[in-house]
Design a protein around this ligand. Structure first.
Ligand code: ADP
Length: 627
């Protein structure tokens, strides 16, 4: 923000001060001082008049003394003259009185004694004014009055100045007594007053100046503070605007997410209902069928039930996988395998669906690639991309799957000639629950999101080229460093001999899960022991000890953790326990491992993983692990 100039503040404060000062100066020098001069002049005039009258009274006293015979007339006059001769007043005590006869003879003048006894009738001042003649004339007409003329300054010979005198006639002796004041004295007094005023004015100006300076500094500081505050306010407002925009965006995103979630819930409800209807419907059909019908349709109906169940399981796994991957809680289980084989497996397993619609899948590889990666999870990525290609392509159009390497990457391409994806939608489809075109009703909108997360966990990414109605090419880019020179055996390892005849307790309250587990273990010639509750398990331990325990940790009677603790009291503390749990969080797994469980298997239990864990636990030196 532009800084404001300080000039207006200074002008705003200085201008009234200057105007006030000009007005004060005009008033003082134009009116007050001249008025004071006038007053001082009038006062002086009054003073000389009073002094003259006092001297007249003095003359009257001497005259009285002559009248009452105390003094002779000559003596009275002489005494009066001598008295008046020495009378002085004024600042320097040099102002004086004089006496002159009405017929112009000088009786007494303290500074001009040589004129005494002489006629002053024709005496003229420096301007040719007949001073004593006019004095006599004035008292003859008015007895008393003022007279202006020039005269020697007191006792200073040759110094002539303007003077105003008051003269009064002393009638008994026809004497004129007078005294006067010099204009220079009045001017000097006025100058003294002016000086005082000047000093006071200077003092006031300095004071006002200081006050103005203080006001200016305060105003500048206040202005700066106001500017700072307004700048901060501006900043706050702009920050608020940004936050508002961000909030609006977040709100929009939340609303979009909510819409996606609602859409997802609607889809998922549909997707759950369809296979569930199949399971319930075919189970009821089996129950209600006659013995004969049941025998005929058994494998067909159970096939439907199994497929629907698998689909449901797949969907739940998808959701779990995605939430785990999203929370970056998946730890990749790397193993060495042949990438070509995994892709071929996916192609084969999906060919069943593609052949129905006469869609040939052509898989070509530029070499054989052995990699170290998470086989199951990469399989999921390829499965999702290929099943999408099949879902969204046109019937009879081939799908090409390619495996090759570039300088830095392994590239797995899935190319279809289907409906394609607009460039607008290409940005969205990797977000969870986003489905653009539900032309084939299956799917949760999670397939691509999961594929993206898993590929990124492998430090790779997925790219997409697509054109509406022309088809799409999805390419998985994996870093070349997952390639390995190590040999890989294509055969799955056989079930280890040492697992045969092992006594395995299945502590699980859910009858179906228990049944499944028993059938599975029996297939591998192990000896499962069927225990539906914690209490019954503790009873069992009193009579026998198993080689290993598979324990549901959410038993209704005794909590899995407590049961594990109780094992020690029964002397079975050393027997390995594999926890079975529906919780798939890493934290829960960690917690269980810390409590001493040998391994954790998540429901629905993957048979291959369970076999692996059993083998690990029952081997002579078992390592600790979880799925
Ligand atoms: P879905 O379960 O809906 O397949 P996906 O996350 O796998 O969820 O895909 C998201 C959306 O991306 C799909 O609904 C579809 O609209 C679009 N899509 C994915 N693959 C293709 C493809 N090969 N051709 C056209 N559209 C596709």
């Amino acid at each position: 923000m532009k800084r404001k100039s300080k000039l207006p503040i200074i002008l705003k404060t200085i201008l009234p001060f200057l105007l006030t000062m000009v007005l004060v100066i005009i008033t003082i020098y134009g009116f007050v001082i001249p008025k004071i001069g006038e007053i001082l002049f009038d006062q002086k005039k009054e003073k000389v008049k009073d002094l003259c009258k006092n001297t007249i009274q003095l003359a009257e006293q001497y005259y009285e003394r002559f009248r009452n015979g105390e003094l002779s007339e000559g003596e009275a006059k002489r005494r009066l003259i001598e008295r008046v001769r020495i009378m002085r007043y004024g600042d320097e005590l040099k102002d004086y009185f004089w006496i002159i006869d009405i017929d112009y003879t000088m009786i007494m003048h303290p500074y001009l004694p040589e004129t005494e006894g002489t006629s002053m009738e024709y005496f003229e001042d420096s301007n040719g004014y007949r001073v004593f003649y006019n004095m006599s004339k004035l008292v003859k007409e008015n007895k008393a009055g003022y007279l202006e003329y020039t005269w020697q300054l007191r006792d200073e010979e040759g110094v002539i100045e303007d003077k105003i005198s008051y003269v009064q006639l002393f009638e008994p002796w026809n004497w004129i007594i007078g005294t006067g004041v010099y204009y220079s004295d009045i001017k000097r007094n006025t100058a003294e007053v002016t000086e005082g005023i000047n000093f006071a004015l200077t003092l006031i100006s300095v004071l006002i100046g200081l006050v103005s300076l203080y006001i200016i500094i305060r105003e500048i500081k206040a202005a700066e503070y106001r500017q700072q505050t307004s700048e901060e306010r501006e900043k706050l407002i702009s920050r608020l605007r940004t936050i508002n925009t961000e909030l609006n965006m977040a709100k929009k995103e939340a609303e979009e997410a909510n819409t996606s979630k609602d859409q997802f819930l609607a889809n998922i409800t549909h997707d759950l209902r369809t296979p569930l209807n199949g399971i319930v419907g075919f189970s009821e059909l089996l129950e209600d069928s006659s013995e004969k019908e049941r025998t005929i349709h058994f494998s067909e109906y159970t096939g439907y039930i199994r497929r629907s169940g698998k689909y449901l399981l797949q969907m739940i796994n998808d959701i779990l996988d995605f939430s785990k991957a999203k929370a970056k809680k998946i730890t990749l289980e790397r193993s060495i395998f042949c990438l070509n084989d995994v892709i071929s497996e996916v192609v084969t397993s999906l060919s069943f669906f593609s052949l129905e619609r006469e869609i040939p899948i052509v898989f070509e590889a530029e070499g054989t690639f052995t990699v170290e990666a998470d086989e199951m999870r990469l399989k999921k990525v390829f499965y999702n991309l290929l099943s999408n290609a099949i879902k969204y392509t046109k019937d009879h159009e081939p799908i090409n799957v390619e495996l090759k390497q570039s300088k830095n990457e392994l590239l797995i391409t899935f190319c279809d000639r289907g409906i394609g994806i607009s460039s607008e939608d290409q940005k969205r489809i990797f977000s969870p629950f986003v489905q653009i075109n539900r032309i084939k009703t299956e799917g949760t909108g999670l397939g691509l999101a999961i594929a993206k997360e898993i590929t990124e966990l492998h430090d790779g990414y997925i790219s997409l080229e697509s054109e509406v109605d022309r088809g799409s090419i999805f390419t998985v880019h994996l870093p070349r460093d997952i390639l390995t020179e190590e040999e890989v055996s294509t055969q799955r390892p056989p079930v280890p001999e040492f697992l045969k005849d092992k006594k395995i307790c299945i502590v699980e309250d859910d009858a179906i899960s228990r049944k499944l587990m028993i059938l599975f273990l029996k297939r591998y010639e192990m000896k499962p022991i069927d225990i539906p509750s914690g209490t019954e398990f503790l009873d069992y331990l009193k009579t026998d000890k198993p080689d290993i325990i598979l324990m549901d940790i959410q038993l209704p009677d005794i909590n899995g953790m407590e049961l594990k603790e109780k094992l020690k009291e029964t002397g079975a503390g050393e027997i390995p326990v594999i926890a079975l749990t529906a919780f798939s969080s890493e934290e829960k797994t960690e917690e269980l491992l810390k409590k001493g469980f040998f391994a954790v298997c998540h429901k629905p239990v993957d048979s291959a993983i369970l076999l692996k864990r059993l083998a690990e636990a029952l081997r002579p030196d078992p390592p600790i692990n979880s799925d």
